[in-house]
Design a protein. Sequence first.
Length: 410
Amino acid sequence: MSSFRFIHSADLHLGSPFQGLATKDAAIAELFIEASRKAFSALVDQAVERRIDFFIVAGDVYDGDWKDNKIGLFFNREVARLERAGIPVFLLKGNHDAESVITRTITLPKNVSEFPVNKPGTFRLDHLKVALHGQGFAERSASENLAVAYPKPEPGWFNIGVLHTSLTGREPHAPYAPCSVEDLRSRGYDYWALGHVHDFEIVSSDPLIVFPGNLQGRSIREQGAKGAVLVTVEDGHMVYERIITDFARFAELAVEIDPDDNIPAILRRLENTLDTTAERMEGRPLALRIRLTGKSRFRSELKARADDFRDEVQAACHRCHEDIWLEKLDVRVEPVVNGAAVSMDLLGLEGLVPMGTFSSELIADADARIAEIASRLPSGIGAGDLPLDDDAAALLAEARDLLLARAARA
């Protein structure tokens, strides 16, 4: 068996809307928005420099239908670089760029081969004795087990299965093309190049079954280093390594405050905790969600001065590192009950504002209003599971706290 190298990537999500970032700096927001394109360009650079033999994209090249041809032209430009380097590209459609989803087209270079969507297909690289088997999505929702219909392996060749799947389930990813590891193993292939799950995972070592994760985190739900996988095969023996491609990262930081911490003390406590956060950046801008917990005598002041306090927290981030940007400040501190506490009876708010859990009717009404708002957002921004970045209960609690804090200051 010959020796060769290939890159296994997935979930490029080109054209994906960016979610998050509290900064008012348009240039920084644009940096995060452009990160997905830069990540793919960086991966193409790696493919050319390392002189790989072929390139796999296991679904979701695009995030959805294009509003214009710009994203298609960008992808064409990058894979044309691979064509000039003599590198064939094999891609299949996932749930985000299924046959029924993408209505516009740009003619791609001749080095690009796309797996069929109506049944499994096979591409062969005769000089390497490599066979790639795969089937893309015809519709956005694929509930059937596609893997069990994949063809038998080519005897004496290196066989690769390419599939966009959730396997038996990977929360929070939707259950598309469900199958088991045993289903994949039964096909007798040497390597399974999977897509759909955005976290890097070695599912199995025999055979090697890999989720490379996506190339670039796009929200706080996609944290840590992102990239693709380089696989080297020598006489049937495989080794793999991650190629990290992300240009920006997301992270969370929880800070517990003391009841007597005023705003300056909270900021000092935060800066002391931030000192270790820069290690996670590895030279990249970081969108950081900060969650404050604990009890505080100054809770009302924190809520009432929410905008100013958020800016102070951003300033504290920049005192620790110039490229730590506040994705969100999540204040979850509880009040300290004492004689100085503001009486809800005196304010006339008791009975008007729910102080415990919210009723199912109120949650349902809030969900309906959130859905209405999401439908009016620019294309794609409200398409996530949490279009306003929090569920109804959290948003209602935030609104309640803000109302009470402002009433206390009045």
